[in-house]
Design a protein around this ligand. Structure first.
Ligand SMILES: [Zn+2]
Length: 301
């Protein structure tokens, strides 16, 4: 967990899940809290060594690797917690993630792990896209749904803390099928980031880059490649392909490793996101046949 200073006010702690920090006088805002107490403790130890204040916490989206350390931070420092609408509901009832991953069923015990569910936290202030001018901070909050429902990026002093809107090139390649909940919104959000100009950006997973727009474009191309793979699989199947078979074919094609239910469910959601992109457009149609959810390409004319 290396502390890296970006400019006079902005820092980030580089790790498999990055944590951001904004310093304003006697106040300091931590952006995301890492997966657990041990991750966030490495951050606070370094902030204390540098005599930097810890007063606020912003959670960009309710994924356990971004908020797992929040409850500790709240207990130890009494930080004011700020989070986007709806994401804050999940932070309040973190069992909602294992529930939605499990198609709404009461989750079985193995899904209640720290990668899907962190300790609950009470959010002090629920926020939406727009300018956040409060206490010592002047932040621009940018809505980037697609990876999570109401994810917000934080921009200040020319730096974009991009949450999981995009991944570093190495990181997206490593995921093979990156986790998203909606491919349409994911691509819209990436294009939206291209309309802004910041001095640099730090993603949730990856390194700070001044030339981040190239990485954002790389992400768009990556998602497009997966979208076409899905389309081709449906096109190549002589009969209606089932949802289960489609998930299997994508996972085989991308050579993902999913030997545990929680990993498998994450891939299943991501594959479904690429599939629904074509359903929203009307290019792939779906039906229920003999109790299977099946798909085929919409015929011309
Ligand atoms: Zn995430």
């Amino acid at each position: 967990m290396d502390m890296k200073q970006i400019n006079e006010h902005c820092y980030y702690f580089s790790s498999s899940v990055n944590i951001g920090y904004v310093h304003e006088g006697d106040q300091g805002l931590i952006i995301d809290a890492g997966i657990d107490q041990s991750a966030i403790r490495k951050v606070v130890r370094q902030l204390e060594d540098h005599h930097l204040p810890i007063t606020h916490l912003f959670i960009t989206h309710a994924h356990a690797d971004h908020y797992g350390g929040a409850s500790y931070l709240r207990k130890k420092y009494g930080v004011k917690i700020i989070a986007p609408e709806m994401e804050s509901a999940i932070l309040n009832y973190p069992i909602l993630e294992p529930i939605y991953m499990f198609s709404g069923n009461e989750p079985i015990e193995e899904l209640r792990n720290k990668f899907l569910e962190g300790p609950p936290i009470d959010v002090d202030e629920v926020v939406k896209e727009g300018r956040f001018l409060e206490d010592n901070f002047d932040l621009e909050l940018i809505a980037t749904p697609g990876h999570s429902y109401y994810q917000l990026c934080v921009a200040t002093h020319g730096v974009l803390f991009a949450a999981d809107t995009y991944f570093g090139k190495k990181e997206i390649e490593k995921h093979k099928i990156p986790y998203i909940t909606c491919a349409t919104k994911t691509i819209e959000s990436l294009n939206k980031l291209l309309d802004y100009s910041f001095n640099g950006a730090v993603p949730g997973h990856g390194e700070y880059e001044e030339n981040y727009k190239e990485t954002v474009r790389y992400n768009i191309e990556y998602h497009r490649k997966l979208l076409h793979m899905i389309y081709e699989i449906v096109q190549a199947s002589s009969t209606n392909i089932s949802h289960e078979e489609l998930v299997r074919e994508m996972c085989v094609k991308r050579k993902v490793k999913a030997d545990q239910l929680s990993m498998f469910l994450l891939f299943r959601t991501a594959v479904t996101s690429y599939l629904t992109y074509w359903i929203y457009r009307g290019d792939i149609v779906h039906s229920i046949q003999q109790f299977r959810w099946v798909f085929h390409i919409k015929e011309e004319g």
